[in-house]
Write a protein that binds this ligand. Structure first.
Ligand code: ZN
Length: 383
């Protein structure tokens, strides 16, 4: 009972860090003020929560705001993607406190070599940690299908990592003990970072890389499906007579809106070339964006009809194309989504950040602390 109540109270502090008092939490959770106060005291002694400056209320005692304590409990957030490796250190506030970034052609490396690089980057970060810091674990973001336990990469066509456990090649220690490693889909990790900026919100996140990744947030919870494989928007068919997709099916959204497809449609070597051609009103590039918008309209329209979401957040090269994509995509969705005349559909574009997935992986690894704070608090109470 106490353990789950501690998690509930910490959850309230996380959601409203800096603007929530003991009394607010008591009324939100329907607990007595004294119960909440005891739990908050434990979270403070356990170094997960800290009190801010009291602000005078109009009446009664001034409220003391509670906030998440920075710099005591950390997690490693990692990413291995086609052209980069990232290791970052994230604390409970969600801030990145240290980071290593390596641009490299991961396909040219064996798994052993790749994981050895990543282990070195992570170990460097941990060796610089202050005394008294604690580590909740490490999470690795991978573009691919991951098993339900978060240990095995089942399939990652872009990395050519199939049916293997990255943890077998991970050798990182902290305080003399091995740091446990888990694995999670990279787009889910990115979506967790997006979600941190809008806690509790519902949206479809679609990001354009070599493939098209997607994630669905319902009231702040990512939709995982039965196996954790939900939201494969990139493999929704937009043209049954279209090109073959890497997955073995024909005409998937990726074959029209993925990065390689966009470059080939626009006749440009890279995305900067596409943007330059669009700025010069090049007819091939303009037609390419219309084609991409039509394909996105089919797939995203289907998702919105199915899920009743009214916010779509677009990232990767889809965000780079925002000035040309917004109007035709908005038009497609207005036609295809049944309820569009009765509720607006908001298109938002997410700024490019090469460390978004790694940061989200760190947030995911901190889930061990936020879902079970007693394990982290109790050893300090006994001191
Ligand atoms: Zn496919």
């Amino acid at each position: 009972m106490r353990a789950s109540n501690l998690a509930l109270v910490l959850g309230e502090v996380l959601a409203h860090s800096g603007s929530v008092s003991r009394a607010d939490i008591a009324s939100r959770l329907g607990m007595t003020r004294s119960t909440v106060s005891r739990l908050v005291d434990d979270l403070i002694l356990g170094e997960l929560v800290v009190e801010g400056e009291a602000v005078g209320g109009a009446r009664g005692r001034p409220a003391v705001p509670l906030m998440v304590r920075p710099g005591t409990v950390y997690a490693l957030g990692l990413e291995v993607n086609v052209e980069r490796m990232v290791a970052s250190l994230v604390d409970l506030t969600g801030e990145v406190r240290a980071k290593r970034h390596l641009n490299t052609d991961v396909e040219q490396l064996t798994v052993e070599e790749g994981m050895a690089h990543l282990s070195r980057m992570a170990q460097e970060i941990l060796d610089e940690m202050p005394d008294g810091a604690r580590i909740s674990g490490a999470m690795l973001a991978i573009p691919g299908l991951i098993d339900r336990e978060g240990l095995r990469v089942l399939r990652s066509p872009n990395l050519e990592w199939d049916n293997l456990e990255p943890g077998e090649f991970w050798h990182v220690e902290f305080g003399g003990a091995p740091v446990p490693l888990k694995v999670r889909n990279d787009v889910d990790c990115s979506a967790l970072t997006v979600l941190r900026e809008a806690p509790g919100s519902s949206f479809l996140y679609v990001t354009g890389e070599v493939g098209i990744g997607a994630a669905v947030s319902m009231d702040g919870q990512l939709l995982s499906g039965r196996h954790g494989w939900a939201s494969e928007l990139g493999h929704i068919c937009v043209d049954p007579h279209g090109r073959m997709c890497g997955c073995g099916a024909r005409g998937c959204l990726e074959t029209v809106a993925g990065a390689h497809a966009v470059l080939s449609l626009a006749g440009q070597p890279d995305i900067d070339g596409v943007l330059h051609a669009l700025e010069n009103e090049d007819p091939t590039a303009l037609a390419a964006v219309e084609t991409v918008a039509a394909a996105l309209g089919i797939a995203i329209g289907a998702a919105l009809n199915l899920l009743d979401l009214s916010i779509v957040r677009l990232g990767g090269h889809l965000a780079s194309l925002r000035s040309w994509l917004r109007a035709p995509l908005q038009r497609e969705l207005a036609t295809r989504v049944l309820w569009a005349p009765h509720s607006g559909i908001e298109l938002e574009f997410v700024e490019h950040s090469p460390s978004r997935a790694a940061t989200g992986a760190g947030l995911a690894a901190l889930g061990r602390v936020t879902s079970g704070p007693a394990t982290w608090v109790d050893p300090l109470l006994k001191r």
